[in-house]
Design a protein around this ligand. Structure first.
Ligand code: NAD
Length: 499
């Protein structure tokens, strides 16, 4: 078997291999997983279904690279140079990679293009961080001691990602982790494994040493084997809160560090003094972009009673014109749900909401395009105790909840087990800051929504997760702090008079 290349395709279905220890390998089980294009509903790629032995070998490769490989000896400047090179390769291949992800998860090409063209910035920003990460000299109260801290890489990282934005969400982990000097085993979602394997080709081309970046493909079993390995130092997971709990438990077994980026039921709080047109556009972008399949979807619209009808009227008018279609068509505004299971879940949650008393102001059914297409949906007459206001749909479904006072709006917004994101729409600068300060969410946008960047910490309160990605705080997630004490007198003669 030639392990120097990812395997060439023999027909229209792409057949890919895993990337372990710098080699392209088939799985030892001989089993494979199909990746379905959600738009055509046809299998367009197959990947190995990793066995426990494959996962162990990827962990061993990452362990070896961390403990004994050249990576450990690299200077921050050398790591930064490799990362900048990888950033350039991502920029070069952004269009190709965007297309791959669009075929894998059904998200709009135009949206994936925007994402991929911005993705190099993660490598560039954290390349800078690599050379700026520093410990400190501590203010010692012992005249004969100096104490300082060192920032050291946490070690081998297991990165597990979901299907909605596989490489963007991997990048939140990989860029700071590489900058810190960690090595990685990445397991993408079984629904969208292709882009991460293609990404590995870029890592190889950039010249990262073997074992620094490994990819295993598989489903929940592969994930379980990975997170229960005692040779993993850190688990960085993005996905559902249910799996997040299982991962936190698995991490506890070996005291593996765990960070979790989970779901949300994020509020968009729209006050009567807002720019209504901007707010309506922001709400639409917040919940219908990516067919609502984003963790930060602004799925609860908390709107002042005096403008409720006007906002709903304008929303429905615009939502009814959303152009559903082929994700690869740049004119499409919304694609299909990513999987059949997701499609069913969205429709059944809308039905339950109606049974609970919500009114369908628009959508709620399979779209005329058929397949996994769901109509963008607006539900009114929702109160915050209904399941539709409490549980994540991960689909294009907006629940509209009216309020009377600012205090009530904040109370409703915070009455959730989640706390990932929130939007505030008002032209009153005092109110904007006051409310942003009171909202229990990891990211708050004022008169905007869905903006993320490598320099801005991202993560959740409550059930939305543990830890932060991006920014200095994101870098710290991949570092251990070591305190070093240095005895300065050179005259340590009495064993009972130390320090
Ligand atoms: P999921 O939790 O079903 O799967 C995520 C990953 O975990 C997949 O790779 C899956 O194979 C793996 N996995 C499943 N069971 C496992 C186990 N027991 N042990 C280890 N790994 C396991 O999530 P999904 O359906 O792929 O993605 C949707 C979810 O992700 C939503 O809840 C969404 O809110 C969340 N999400 C969060 C963020 C964020 O940054 N906060 C971003 C995107 C998506």
């Amino acid at each position: 078997m030639d392990t120097r290349t990812n395997s060439p395709s023999t027909d229209t279905t792409e057949r890919l291999r895993m990337y372990i220890g710098g080699a392209w390998v088939d799985g030892t089980s001989g089993q494979s997983l199909d990746s379905l294009n959600p738009y055509t509903q046809k299998v367009w790629a197959t990947v190995p279904d990793a066995s426990e032995a494959d996962v162990a070998s990827a962990v061993a490769a990452a362990r070896e690279a961390f403990d004994n490989g050249p990576w450990r000896q690299t200077t921050p400047q050398q790591r930064a140079a490799l990362m900048r090179k990888l950033g350039d390769l991502i920029a070069r291949d952004a269009e190709r990679m965007a297309r791959i992800e669009s075929m894998d998860n059904g998200k709009l090409l135009r949206e994936m293009l925007g994402q991929w063209k911005y993705l190099p910035e993660w490598m560039y920003y954290f390349a800078g961080q690599a050379t700026q990460s520093q410990g400190e000299v501590l203010p010692s109260d012992r005249p004969n001691f100096m104490a300082f801290t060192r920032k050291e890489p946490i070690g081998v990282v297991a990165a597990i990602t979901p299907w909605n934005s596989p490489c963007l969400l991997m990048m939140f982990k990989l860029a700071p982790g590489l900058a810190a000097g960690c090595t990685f085993v990445v397991k993408p979602s079984e629904h969208t494994p292709v882009s991460t394997l293609r990404f590995a080709e870029l890592v190889e081309e950039a010249g990262f040493p073997p074992g620094v970046f490994n990819v295993v493909t598989g489903g929940a079993d592969a994930g379980r084997w990975l997170v229960s390995s005692p040779d993993i130092d850190k688990i960085s997971f993005t996905g559902s809160d249910g799996v997040g709990k299982a991962i936190a438990r698995a991490g506890a077994e070996n005291f593996t560090r765990v960070s979790l980026e989970l779901g949300g039921k994020s509020p968009q709080v729209v006050f009567e003094d807002c720019d209504i047109e901007a707010a309506v556009n922001g709400v639409i972008s917040g919940v219908y972009a990516a067919t609502g399949q984003t963790c930060m979807a602004g799925s609860r619209l908390i709107v002042h009673g005096s403008i409720h009808d006007e906002v709903v009227k304008r929303l429905v008018a615009r939502v009814s014109t959303i152009k559903l279609g082929d994700p690869l068509d740049m004119a499409s505004e919304m694609g299909p749900a990513a999987t059949g299971q997701q499609f069913q879940k969205i429709l059944s949650m809308v039905k339950s909401a109606e049974a609970e008393g919500a009114t369908l102001a628009y959508g709620g059914r399979q779209a005329p395009q058929g397949g996994f297409f769901v109509q963008p949906t607006v539900l009114t007459q929702v109160h915050n105790q209904m399941n539709i206001a409490r549980d994540e749909v991960f689909g294009p479904v907006l629940a509209v909840i009216p309020f009377d006072t600012e205090e009530e709006a904040v109370k409703i917004a915070n009455d959730t087990r989640y706390g990932l994101a929130a939007g505030v729409w008002t032209q009153n600068v005092q109110r904007a800051h006051r409310v942003a300060g009171q909202l229990r969410a990891g990211s708050v946008w004022i008169n905007a929504y869905r903006v993320t960047a490598p320099f801005a910490p991202f993560g959740g309160f409550g059930h939305s997760g543990i830890g932060r990605e991006n920014g200095h705080e994101g870098m710290n997630e991949f570092l251990e702090t070591k305190t070093v004490w240095v005895e300065l007198s050179g005259n340590l003669r009495d064993p009972f008079k130390l320090g």
